[in-house]
Design a protein around this ligand. Sequence first.
Ligand code: ADP
Ligand code: MG
Length: 705
Amino acid sequence: MKNNPTPSLDDPIQFIKGVGPRKAILLEKLRLTSIEDCLYFLPFRFEDRTQFKNISQAVPGEHVILTGEVLNAGTIFMGRWKRVFEVIIQDETGIIRAKWFRFNETYMKEKFKTQQKFILSGKPTINKRSGLEIIHPDTEQVSGDGVNSLVIGKIVPVYHVTDGLHQKSLRTIIKNVFDKYLHLIEEFLPDDIIRRHKLIPRAEALFQSHFPPEDSSLSKLDTFKTSAQRRLVFEELFLIQLGLAFRKKNIVEKNVGTPFKTRGELIKRFVKLLPFTLTGAQKRVLSEIMEDLEKEKPMNRLIQGDVGSGKTIVALTAILTAVDNKTQTAFMVPTEILAEQHYLNIRPYCEKLGIELSLVTSALKGKERQSHHENIRTGKTQIVIGTHSLIQKNIQFKKLGLAVVDEQHRFGVLQRDAIGKKGDHPHLLIMTATPIPRSLALTLYGDMNVSLLDELPPGRETISTELFYENKRGKAYDALENQLQQGRQAFVVCPLIEKSDVMDLKTTVTVFDFIKDQFPKYTACMIHGNLKKEDRKDIMSRFLKNEIHVLVSTTVIEVGIDVPNATIIIIEHAERFGLAQLHQLRGRVGRGIHSSRCLLMAYHPVTEEGQARMKAMKNCSDGFVIAEEDLKIRGPGDFMGTRQSGIPLLKTANLLRDIKILEIARKEAFRLIDQDPDLTAPEHQPLNKALHRFLGDYLELMEII
Ligand code: ADP
Ligand code: MG
């Protein structure tokens, strides 16, 4: 052990007894490099080792913990290819077999020596031939006389481990961490908050979250509901919300931008051009936007609206307000196809109103590209549509008054901020069609004002969603033909574009051949990411004009594409898509006055999750409910990817489980920042330090400094 003059929670993990360079590398795989990392590396479940059973008491299907000694161990061959490693364990009351189908023989033989004592934990089953057995049990060797304070007679933590690092050694490391550093864990939450919410002190909370008192409830522990765990959840959510509150108060609200005059001549002329009247929700959201735009403080608003709720027109009204105020707008979208579509949609209005609009895509080359950039730089171009390429250095605006980001969920927080930096605090309008659960919204967009576009334009027929299996392809095609006969159009979406023997996916190409074969009277085209830009653009505009009747495509059409005459979408291999994606794809139809159908074409075998997703699609058309379902099926960790999407990696909190604590933490955080905006009060110093430490990785994201 090295000597450390002033121990601190920042000490590297090597300061712990038993952690040498080899273990340190393994620990790093678990993102454990410092003492503090270890303190917060919480067990994901617990095992009640106060309640051992005899082998004779084990019941098939019921989880048990047994202890016994190895009677025999070795590899058994079952048929020609199948090998099983079997360990027979016995106690005074009987024997049970432990079996592994994936194993390293040398290692297993070394581990399970005859007469060694082991703890086994798992769910027994009955094997007709050999009796009671446990497949892939958790095992742990009991050393010496079996008295090992960490694993017997206690509620024992179970951690996520990695190859080469076992439960037992991780447990020992963490125990050693507490032995040496417990006295250094200081409180940083303000007293009044601790009192109001009856939180237990930090050191105690951390210790008990790893090594719970013997009388703790296992079910509470496993659901993260003990007071120790709740305190840690609160702490984490509170720090995130504090960061957001800090950012809102000290950055967002202090920015000075350009107040706009709203409801000018241009807007009046524009509204007259619209072929429809705005929905109540559109009007409401627009007035919220207008109120923002009139202020000197730049707008910082998120529009959440389900697919087809009419976000584009709302954005366009804001954009024209920017034009009316002699400033430029950057309209950033996630895909080139969507950029092209917005361009096609918006151009007619711009032509009639005499506005300069530019589409910046990677298809622009050489002189043409330069002249586009030049026009943006001199301010001749008033509205620029493009992908994240708009953030690039070579694009400079003369006076950027408004930045609009469409389908925000496709961008990270950094990109969202970067577009705003193209000007001097422009107004910012962000739109997202993947409604996200409230808990995520509070975390991701906690510093923004949110408008809900919660009404679809009138006359929309519901989309009926049906599930077909591959063997019912004929029926699905009948439905498709029926729509084509009525003059409607169709999307057929596939997951991949090229043949893949391994995955045996119906590829876009095969499906395209089917369609051409089945519907010779109609024009079908194929669109995917590998097509040249011009070809893609050409296909999209012909589809929009109903010159193409069936569009076979990869998911490039996922977001935003708007062709009201398309009334049927067949999603091939629907079981492979995520729920949010399925909902987006379905949103490509049902955008006009005709009723629409979404046919989910599934291929056996379908996983349980796949079934749950398709069921959710069938039963539900509301994007918000779908988002909640999605979160339930996938679990929050996986919901929107990782850091890229700007969601801090939560260590203890779970946005699905802890929404109540999140709301309390949020209230407390915003209240505190209101009272002490810079956290300079002496009693808030520990908190100030903790916040900086916590946000270390996210400072850039949060722009706190
Ligand atoms: P999204 O919210 O998914 O981006 P869009 O803005 O693409 O939706 O709008 C979907 C369709 O609805 C478009 O064809 C658009 O012209 C139409 N639309 C928008 N607002 C209205 C309205 N108030 N009445 C009728 N149709 C509307
Ligand atoms: Mg849209």
